[in-house]
Design a protein around this ligand. Structure first.
Ligand code: ADP
Length: 964
């Protein structure tokens, strides 16, 4: 049975105090007026709800605008409520139970038991005739959540079991315009007192804080909006009211002192109800407020109660021991923190039932207090996770293609195809209101913008972003959590992600999915499949939480360097979008328009302080960072800017030191001027004195003074020089001001400007890693340039063959260069094919038969294991055999069969770009790749002489059919 909330109802099995507490913790809505708003239609009209099932309340009447959870044990009553909820009039009547004057001081349990038996007339006589029309918000098991709407008065009983009554809705007495002044004054008093009480440390403040934080505060608006959205239909016209009331009260209570108060927009009766509902008044007092129809009198009643609260709070603050009784300081349960956390979500029924059940069990366990403190601690830890998950919280998807396009363009240069594919995906989302479906996999070498594209997609869709690195992950527990609740146990990454982002629909980037680790114990592949498979991820089981959670709202995007390495079943669920890498031209744009700006900002430099010339950028791209991506360029730019930042800070520091020096010389200078003047004055006096009196000693004195005077004059001179420096100091002061961001005067416009160009680039980033030119100016015999493609992008590599020794029957091939299996095999095939071609062309040439050869692939950094070097190897062998170098500026790629047919290759764009970087002019590609090449951007193809071939014979012609 569900009992996340303690109750007020007859069937409550809980202590009074906690039910009381929760009632007050309920939040206020302004639903006391029945007028439907313009925006939401009210069907049926609340005024039509005259016949209701009467629910007796044990501890407190229900104030309009407040929530109240109840436990209804009587199956008949429960069925009647369910019936009303299903129908259009989801209302009941809530009436406070009168005190039983005859009963002795019976415990609430006894009362509850007696009450259970009360039916029909008997019950009618025991309840107050004035009560509240309550809307039934939810029914979960025996738990019913009500929200008070209007005041009611019972007029007659219609049926006995369950007690159903006819009522009329009572209205407040209209008041005279003349009385409004008094009402307003009382109203202000109440507001002011409410504020006073809130300001003191008290239960009250806690309550209002709960109201303003959990329900109000940062979340109050969100909650109100959520209620509005989700319950609009159910509330039939009142949703807007809730929002207004919370907003208005929140502002009034917090903004009163700030003079933003305007009484007209907040009606008096609502404040009275709010005050009554939130105060610690006893049930009789609150019933009095409920029954009072004179607005002024009602306000006065509330005022009195608030006053009492104020005194009590004050008393409590002075005599905490004495007053720390149950009167107004309620004891808390260990689980309260968690209950409060999920309070609104439970009301909105956003937590799945099976999770609510587990929560309930754990709350009870926590409150019972296990003997073993370790076990309590672990339950605490468990609940801390379970209640912190964003149940029902989603950011609103934005499927605005134009906005998405703007965002993608804002964040990324180029990538035309990639952006187009993503926009298509968003467009489908627009039409289906659901972006799910295939999982996007962004594939390409490092630093080409896979992560940042995913980030932009999240921004475009208005979703939170979370990066989950799965590269190297070898244990499924990282995703699925650890089994068992014990101290230190934690859920898996996916649950951690949800907690961190706070929404159920983030965009989760599974980074480097092609680099999943393997372990003998278990493999993470299964866990990832569970995540990505729409059939399975609606009930994803985290071992630590041990409840299933729905991940179907999460949008997964994966990244990979090489899709061939993604496991089949995973790849099957993905839609791969390739990012090939950038041309030099693209890199220039990215570096200038994106990276420079971003890095400058990150390093705290102002745009005008540093200028990086285009030649410097080009040199950076061609001589330092030749990879397909731009991350390395970014790193180099960061390096430059860090160095500049250090220089700037050093300059500032020495300017500061210079200023301090000048300041002291200024003081010294001023001091010496004053002293000189004093001496001069004294000297004058003495001269007069000497003249007047005459005599040896005085003359001596006068000499002494004259000497001092001379010295002083000298130091005055020095002081004047110092003053010159002082002017310099003033200039520096201005400089410092300008450095700190102030405007510069013309005089101090000499702010250090740093210009980085090709000439001083090396001072910042060291010597170039690559040389601008190729290794060979003129390719020697036996050397041919091939094109390779790895997960890092494309690269050029030379294949060299040399002659080792000659002797009849000694023909053979020795291979070096850390080649992989496929490439070694390729070399052997090449040897055979070359030998056959040589034989065809010149049967008398026994070079291959009698020569021991050595084939080497020197590019150390490139992993070498692919089949596409076949034609390059053959050409290299033939070049040696014929002692003829191939034409210069030539590069080729393509696998060759034993019969000399050329097979297609992968990574054509990367290879083309790599060839451009090495200033290759002529490229040979397999015929089967012609269309791939034609699909490339013009900037990539421009200026290249590309040949497509089917047979090796054609390569032979292109490579050797030339005259030097
Ligand atoms: P990846 O995930 O592919 O390894 P990132 O997304 O981390 O690469 O990109 C590295 C850096 O390069 C990021 O700062 C990113 O913003 C930048 N970048 C990559 N491509 C572009 C582009 N087309 N336009 C602007 N910046 C880019």
């Amino acid at each position: 049975m569900l009992k996340l909330f303690t109750s007020h109802h007859v069937a409550s099995r809980f202590k009074n105090r906690s039910s009381h507490k929760l009632a007050r913790r309920g939040f206020f809505s302004t639903l006391t007026d029945s007028k439907p708003t313009d925006t939401v239609s009210a069907k049926p009209c609340i005024d039509d709800c005259q016949t209701v099932v009467a629910l007796p309340l044990l501890s407190k009447p229900l104030i309009p605008g407040f929530y109240m959870p109840l436990y209804v044990k009587d199956p008949k009553v429960l069925a009647a409520l369910q019936e009303s909820k299903r129908g259009q009039a989801a209302y009941a009547g809530a009436f406070l139970l009168k005190d039983d004057k005859n009963a002795s001081s019976s415990s609430s349990f006894e009362t509850v038991n007696t009450l259970d038996k009360l039916k029909g007339k008997e019950l009618l006589n025991k309840i107050h005739q004035v009560g509240t029309l309550a809307q039934i918000l939810s029914i979960q098991g025996e738990q019913v959540i009500l929200i008070g709407r209007k005041r009611l008065q019972i007029t007659e009983m219609l049926s006995e079991d369950p007690l159903t009554v006819k009522t009329h809705h009572i209205k407040d007495k209209p008041y005279d315009k003349d009385d409004e002044v008094i009402i307003k004054a009382t109203y202000f008093e109440v507001i002011s007192m409410l504020r006073d009480v809130l300001e003191t440390k008290s239960l009250w403040r806690d309550q209002v804080q709960t109201y303003t934080q959990d329900i109000g505060g940062s979340n109050y608006r969100k909650l109100a909006e959520t209620i509005l959205q989700k319950r609009r239909r159910k509330f039939t016209g009142f949703g807007a009211g809730i929002f207004e009331a919370i907003d208005v009260f929140y502002q009034k209570l917090t903004g009163f002192g700030a003079g933003v108060f305007d009484a007209n927009d907040l009606n008096y009766k609502k404040l009275a109800d709010f005050g009554a509902g939130i105060s610690g008044a006893n049930k009789h007092k609150i019933q009095e407020v409920l029954e009072e129809l004179d607005v002024h009198k009602r306000l006065v009643l509330v005022k009195k109660q608030v006053e009492v609260d104020k005194i009590q709070v004050f008393h409590a603050s002075i005599f905490p021991e004495e007053s720390g009784s149950a009167n107004y300081v309620e004891k808390t349960q260990p689980s309260d923190k968690f209950r409060e956390r999920v309070y609104s979500k439970l009301i909105l029924e956003e937590i799945p039932k099976h999770v609510v059940k587990v929560m309930e069990e754990k709350f009870e366990k926590l409150d019972r207090g296990e003997k073993d403190s370790r076990s309590t601690e672990s339950i605490y830890n468990y609940l801390d996770w379970l209640t912190a998950l964003p149940w029902g919280e989603c950011s609103d998807d934005s499927f605005d293609v134009l906005r998405a396009e703007k965002i993608l363009d804002e964040d990324h240069y180029g990538l035309r195809d990639v952006k187009e594919r993503i926009l298509e995906f968003i467009a489908v989302g627009t039409l289906t209101s659901n972006p799910q479906g295939k999982i996007i996999c962004l594939s390409g070498p490092p630093g080409v913008g896979k992560t940042s594209i995913a980030r932009s997609v999240a921004r475009a869709l208005n979703r939170k972003f979370f990066r989950l690195a799965v590269g190297g992950l070898s244990d499924s527990a990282e995703i699925k959590g650890e089994r068992g609740i014990y101290i230190g146990a934690a859920p898996g990454k996916m649950v951690q992600c949800l907690k961190e982002v706070g929404t159920e629909n983030p965009l989760v980037l599974l980074d480097e999915i092609d680099k999943l680790g393997k372990s003998s114990r278990d493999d993470p592949e299964g866990a990832l499949l569970e995540l990505l498979d729409p059939q399975q991820n609606t009930h994803f089981l985290d071992y630590f939480l041990d409840v299933t959670i729905d991940l179907s709202k999460v949008l997964f995007v994966c990244t990979a360097n090489d899709t061939d390495k993604i496991l089949g079943p995973l790849l099957d669920r993905m839609e791969v979008i390739e990012l090939a890498g950038y041309t030099t031209d693209e890199k220039m744009h990215i570096a200038r328009d994106y990276l420079l700006k971003n890095v400058k900002r990150k390093c705290g430099l102002k745009p005008e302080q540093v200028d990086v010339s285009d030649t410097a950028l080009l040199s950076l791209i061609e001589n330092y960072c030749r990879e397909a991506g731009v991350r390395n360029i970014q790193k180099h730019i960061e390096k430059i800017f860090r160095k500049i930042a250090l220089k700037l800070v050093r300059q500032q520091a020495s300017a500061l030191a210079a200023m301090t020096d000048l300041k002291s010389s200024e003081t010294a200078a001023k001091g010496s001027i004053e002293l000189t003047n004093e001496y001069l004055r004294l000297a004058d006096v003495l001269k007069v004195f000497e003249y007047a009196v005459g005599g040896g000693t005085t003359r001596e004195k006068s000499k002494e003074i004259a000497l001092k005077l001379g010295r002083q004059q000298a130091s005055t001179k020095a002081a004047k020089t110092d003053l010159k420096s002082y002017n310099e100091y003033l200039r520096l002061m201005e400089l410092e001001y300008a450095l700190a961001g102030g405007p510069m005067s013309d005089k101090s416009r000499a702010v250090p400007e740093f210009t980085i160009d090709a000439s001083n680039l090396a001072d910042y980033v060291g010597k170039p890693v690559f040389r601008g030119e190729k290794i060979y100016e003129q390719t020697p015999v036996g050397v041919v340039m091939g094109l390779a493609w790895t997960s890092m992008g494309g690269s050029t590599l030379y294949i060299e063959t040399t002659f080792v020794e000659e002797g009849e029957g000694k023909g053979g091939l020795h291979i070096t260069g850390h080649l992989g299996k496929v490439m070694k095999e390729s070399a052997e095939i090449a040897h055979t094919v070359a030998r056959r071609i040589m034989f065809d062309k010149d049967p008398g040439n026994l070079f291959f038969a009698n020569s021991k050869l050595h084939l080497h692939v020197p590019e150390g950094a490139t992993p070498k294991d692919g089949p596409s070097a076949g034609c390059t190897m053959i050409t290299s062998l033939l070049s040696l055999a014929m002692k003829k170098p191939v034409r210069k500026d030539l590069a080729m790629t393509g696998e060759v069969t034993l019969t000399g047919r050329i097979l297609p290759i992968g990574g054509l764009k990367e290879k083309t770009m790599a060839a451009r970087r090495s200033q290759v002019k002529v490229i040979i590609f397999p015929e089967a790749n012609r269309r791939d090449f034609e699909g490339l951007e013009e900037s990539v193809k421009e200026g290249l002489d590309v040949h497509f071939v089917d047979e090796y014979e054609q390569i032979f012609e292109l490579a050797f059919g030339h005259d030097h």
